[in-house]
Design a protein around this ligand. Sequence first.
Ligand SMILES: Cc1ncc(COP(=O)(O)O)c(C=O)c1O
Length: 320
Amino acid sequence: MTPPATTPVSLANLPTPLERLDRTSDLLGIDLWVKRDDLTGAALSGNKVRKLEYLCGEARGLGADTLITCGAVTSNHCRATAVAAARLGLASHLVLRGEEPAVPDGNLLLDRLVGAATTFITHEAWADRDAIMAGIAEQVRAEGRRPYVIPEGGSNAVGALGYRHAAEELAEQAAERGLDLGQVWHAVGSGGTTAGLALGFAGTGIQVRGVAVCDDAAYFDAVITRIVEPFGTDASWRVVEGYQGIGYAQATDEELAFHAAVARREGLILDPVYSGKAFRALCLEAQAGRVPTDRAIVFVHTGGIYGVFSFAAALASLPR
Ligand SMILES: Cc1ncc(COP(=O)(O)O)c(C=O)c1O
């Protein structure tokens, strides 16, 4: 297998800022920074946009006119794909796991606004998502159009190029500030971000720490190994587990109260599905003395702001 050589299209506002979290650093006794990948854009925001620069680059190179992908009804990846498609003058078709709500909100509302076609499937049918997307691609071809299928989360070797580049961007910013970068933390949902960072930091001694928001370390290690395999590089990472909580896209009041406390202390909005779980893991691991105190630690904020609104009722009922 050979690593992909894809010319990216420009979709994200790069480089994203690297900011120090002064009060949280003091609180935890570590030198904590945040890489603001939640600021890659507005409708086009979050980690998926970096992957989509390469995936859409490949789609364009192949002459595709329709992007097909899949995710949860509330998927950030699907929203980013739909917006990217519209930005590039392409059509999009999303396979969404879950029930169609009577009134769309959050990411789904944006999917609708940019004109994405949608197919809703059950949790049971999710196991067949690749076959379902292949079926839609066949239909698109039969209509005389040219489909390009993007796997769940944009997590394949081409998508990983986005985070290999992000690692280079971050290393440059750290060098400009004279930081001795020790660890880079982030959320893991489908493995592509971890894979790209691990490729980008291979051989540097900078440790990649991905926090599983669902499934477990063994599952993600296998997924990430598959993604990095074509590169033939000695990439390394560690998937941190134990912070998945009560389930994917679910959050306890204790977790939500933690996210609200961060919002008040730093003006940093974490989403309860991904970045909130990962940032909480980093803070609790630091409190337990399992994060280095003598080197800079970077948390990659991978976005997900529109997911906050799905938790409106629970967040509004937290004590003020
Ligand atoms: C906001 C956000 N953060 C993190 C992730 C996880 O990234 P990855 O799918 O590359 O593991 C996702 C997507 O799943 C996401 O939407």
